[in-house]
Design a binder for this molecule. Structure first.
Ligand SMILES: Nc1ncnc2c1ncn2[C@@H]1O[C@H](COP(=O)(O)OP(=O)(O)OP(=O)(O)O)[C@@H](O)[C@H]1O
Length: 309
């Protein structure tokens, strides 16, 4: 294995793989044709520090429920930004806005590559992997992986050929003909990630992709994901409830307030990359964890008190 051809392996269980690369997801294909061809180039180096997405004064109410209020955030090209916050603080609402599925309330400023935009104009520019893998049970691995490409209009043979090349990197070589019910939880998530990844978009939104996995599989998936991400240099926004995961993966961690959600703390994670498994025991990691846990606990307590649980 070289750092240009990462494959899933048991090395991820022990943190031995030094590689690097990117990821994957679902999508909303509607309107992709109406939009200019999405920029596929990994912008990390090309675009310098010019933001990919800027959110200013983003609020969203559902009737009397204010889910987000004056949220401000900036995502730079090539960044992996993690988002943590108490339950119900509006994380999914934020993702739905970025995925173009919900419009924020009037008065917001949303910029995409410096250009003023509505949420619906982002539809088709962003790939979105929801919490559940949403694999179609009647499609095998390869045909689930190419779903987005097919919907986009790519001929099936071409899409399959693209996906086949990517199988080893996603730990799925030899499993192309298997159906979702024949796969482990980690494999199902990798198929869903591969689908997101094949649908090459400017930003990938990952909503707790590892939330349902057991602790060991989850750790392996995190290490693998970092390798894939570093190699492909995609811009990723990643929701998690796990602070260790947020620090281990992120360039920055955004901590959200209790509802109505906004960004309470933006913590830069200066830990060196590639990140080794044992970084979680370093004093720097533990210091960051304490800062973040303090911020989250304050908000979780507010959320707990107001929700009456
Ligand atoms: N379509 C909707 N209609 C009405 N209320 C909604 C809708 N979507 C979200 N909400 C409300 O907005 C608030 C934020 O919800 P959201 O799902 O964004 O939070 P979350 O941080 O993703 O939650 P969790 O961490 O539990 O997944 C909640 O009070 C929720 O009930």
């Amino acid at each position: 294995m070289t750092d240009m051809s990462i494959a899933w392996s048991e090395d991820y269980a022990w943190g031995l793989n030094p590689g690097a690369r990117g990821l994957a997801g679902l999508l909303r294909p509607v309107k992709t044709k109406a939009l200019a061809a999405p920029a596929v180039e990994p912008a990390w180096t090309a675009s310098g520090d010019k933001p990919l997405i800027e959110l200013r004064k983003v609020s969203k109410s559902f009737g009397p429920v204010m889910a987000l209020e004056n949220l401000e955030a900036t995502i730079l090209p090539g960044e992996l930004v993690t988002v943590v916050g108490p339950s119900g603080c509006g994380k999914s609402t934020l993702f739905n806005i970025l995925a173009g599925l919900e419009e924020p309330d009037p008065g917001n400023i949303l910029r995409f590559r410096g250009k003023s935009s509505t949420a619906s104009e982002l539809l088709g520019r962003i790939s979105f992997m929801p919490q559940r893998d949403l694999l179609l049970p009647w499609r095998n691995v390869i045909d689930n992986a190419i779903l987005a490409l097919e919907i986009e209009g790519m001929p099936r043979a071409q899409a399959r050929a693209e996906a086949l090349k990517m199988l080893p990197e996603f730990g799925l070589a030899g499993f192309e003909k298997q159906y979702p019910n024949q796969l482990s939880g980690g494999m199902r998530q990798r198929v869903a990630l591969m689908r997101t990844f094949l649908f090459k978009r400017d930003l990938m939104l990952l909503d707790e992709p590892f939330g349902a996995l057991d602790a060991l599989t989850r750790t392996m998936m995190q290490r693998w994901l970092l390798d894939v991400w570093q190699k492909h240099r995609r811009t990723v926004l990643f929701i998690t409830h796990d602070v260790d995961e947020a620090i281990f993966l992120g360039d920055r961690v955004l901590v959200m307030t209790a509802r109505p959600g906004k960004v309470k703390l933006e913590q830069k994670i200066d830990l060196p990359r590639p990140r080794k498994a044992d970084i979680v025991t370093s004093p720097e990691f533990i210091g960051l964890k304490k800062t973040l846990l303090d911020a989250i606990e304050e908000e979780s307590m507010k959320s707990f008190m107001t929700s009456g649980h």
